[in-house]
Design a binder for this molecule. Structure first.
Ligand code: NAP
Length: 524
């Protein structure tokens, strides 16, 4: 039986790609669900329509009006939430609480920007900083302004966040007045497509403001012109292709890359096995390994503990992992579902084998049977904790991200060595530090900040308050230096920077006084 081909929305109309298309599967049952195809689309027409019609219509609105549109999108998505959960279960293989990270995380982020944007009111551009005097006479001054770029924002997204991945980028783009074309990862494109369909059907946004192309990415980058921007999330390998494309390399298309990383967790050398910091680290590592089956770019991959606590940490983490039931997310009692595809299953198995060349196995959950899932068909992988007593001698452990429920425990000798080992990740999205000592936390953040987009400190006083190592919150920066891609997203209104152009206006005070309510101070 042929499954339906999902239409694309481009140039203001629904368009079905030609050919048989690419199939999307249920990663637990192996059944085909739908198909996608971008073959035969007139991309040039679609990009021009978004750039010209969508861009002009969005820029005709104020930040406050665009923020109100985001609020309306939130309402539509809330109304259709049940359908999104069904698609996520079927196509992503996630248990309900893991689907929520993606679906409700996306809606929450949109809601956050709706509120933040409302505060910008009637303005149509932003004032960046104060006026600065440029001559002896204070009459001649410079004022930096930020105006929305007159292009499209192309999003090329990863498979692990079909909802959040769209909305965390689209919220600041649309709020900025920049039209969006999203190309979701093929294996999980259905949820993104369905959400866009609901928003289009609700007739909230001006024509051309939101478009979606599902299937092959062929030709998308070729459409980009100098004032367009591209925001990519995915593997470092594809990131390199995007970065070296002539649109970026020659036409200066602004490019944001969110790639993979080998994120760390660090336990304070002063911690003991019965300390709260130790317990907090153990719980967080288990959570990070199992949420979304470890398919989070921010998940903890390397766990650094003082040598004296290596065995105790191994036992405590393994004991908790042993309680993780893996299988069909529809079945009662299942805590962890599947990876997104059988291809990912093979990649993760190969990755574990690669890490094992430098690590011992501390816990292997694959000995326990899957719940209501056929191991020959389902993309289910049980948690695996690896360990290294000599991480300074390792190469692979600091370089290879295995995108599944896998982490490696590492023993360190002295805090300087821990710093050095963490830096061998060559730039990560996030690290977490577990300590009861505020001075140690502050020092760690200052010491390791330059290698990370985010430092998440967990201390007993905020044990029940903190947002989690891997959770990306809209008010905090997301992105990281080096191999993490060098990108920046979110961080409150800082996200608007990417979608605006900064210009220094040098003029007389009289001219600079003219903007009035059209401009508002940019306070990220
Ligand atoms: P991927 O294979 O690099 O694919 C990412 C996206 O790029 C997909 O939409 C893919 O389309 C598209 N693509 C592939 N080849 C392309 C090309 N030559 N030109 C233009 N687009 C191309 O990554 P993935 O496997 O989906 O995602 C997993 C990785 O993403 C992990 O390594 C993870 O760490 C990283 N990630 C990072 C973040 C972050 O915020 N830093 C967030 C989530 C995930 P198709 O699907 O059609 O091939």
């Amino acid at each position: 039986m042929t499954t339906p081909l999902l239409p694309n929305f481009l140039a203001g109309r629904w368009q079905t790609g030609t050919g048989a298309g690419l199939p999307l599967f249920d990663p637990v049952r192996g059944t085909e669900l739908v198909r996608v195809s971008s073959a035969g689309l007139d991309l040039a027409e679609g990009f021009a329509f978004a750039r010209e019609q969508g861009g002009a219509a969005l820029r005709a609105l104020s930040y406050g009006q665009r923020a109100a549109l985001l609020g309306q999108i939130v309402e539509v998505l809330q109304k259709n939430r049940d359908a999104y959960y069904e698609i996520a279960t079927a196509n992503c293989g996630t248990v309900t609480k893991d689907s929520a990270v993606d679906i409700d995380g996306g809606i929450f982020t949109l809601g956050y920007y709706a509120k933040q944007g409302a505060a910008l009111g009637d303005a149509t551009f932003l004032l960046d900083g104060a006026r600065i005097r440029m001559a002896k006479d204070p009459l001649f001054q410079t004022q930096h302004i930020l105006t929305p770029t007159r292009g499209v924002a192309l999003f090329i997204n990863a498979f692990n966040f079909p909802s959040w991945g769209l909305w965390e980028k689209a919220a600041p783009a649309l709020l900025s007045g920049v039209p969006v074309i999203v190309k979701p990862a093929t294996s999980t494109a259905w949820l993104t497509q369905r959400m866009v369909q609901d928003v289009v059907d609700a007739n909230i946004l001006p024509a051309g403001a939101l478009s979606i192309v599902c299937g092959s990415s062929a030709g998308l980058m070729d459409q980009l012109q100098p004032f367009d921007v591209v925001s990519f999330t995915g593997s470092a390998d594809t990131g390199r292709i995007i970065r070296s494309h002539p649109a970026v390399a020659q036409r200066s298309v602004r490019c944001n890359i969110e790639a993979d990383s080998v994120n760390s967790a660090l336990l304070d050398p002063a911690a003991t096995a019965d300390s709260e910091a130790f317990q907090l680290l153990v719980s967080e590592v288990v959570r990070e390994m199992t949420v979304k089956s470890g398919q989070k770019c921010t998940a903890i991959r390397r766990v650094f503990v003082p040598r004296a606590l290596y065995d105790a940490a191994a036992q405590a983490i393994a004991a908790k992992l042993a309680k993780t039931t893996v299988g069909d997310p529809r079945s009662e009692g299942v805590r962890m579902g599947a990876l997104v595809s059988r291809e990912q299953f093979d990649t993760v198995q190969a990755g574990i084998a690669h890490l094992k060349t430098e690590a011992e196995v501390l816990f292997d959950g694959s000995q326990t049977a899957l719940v209501d899932a056929d191991p020959a068909v389902a993309a289910c992988v049980a948690p695996t904790l690896l360990g290294s007593r000599q991480p300074a001698d390792a190469e692979v452990l600091h370089a290879v991200e295995v995108f599944g429920p896998v982490a490696t425990l590492m023993a360190y000798d002295g805090i300087e060595q821990a710093h050095e080992l963490i830096r061998r990740g060559e730039g990560s999205l996030v690290m977490s530090v577990f300590s009861a000592d505020p001075a140690f936390i502050a020092q760690t953040a200052a010491e390791l900040g330059s290698s990370h987009g985010r430092v998440h400190a967990v201390s007993p006083d905020i044990a029940t308050l903190h947002s989690g190592h891997g959770n990306v919150m809209p008010m905090s920066l997301h992105g990281g230096p080096g191999r993490a891609g060098g990108g920046e997203e979110l961080g409150g209104l800082r996200a608007l920077n990417f979608y605006h152009r900064r210009t220094a206006v040098q003029a007389s005070t009289a001219a600079l006084d003219q903007w009035g309510a059209a401009a508002v101070a940019f306070q990220p």
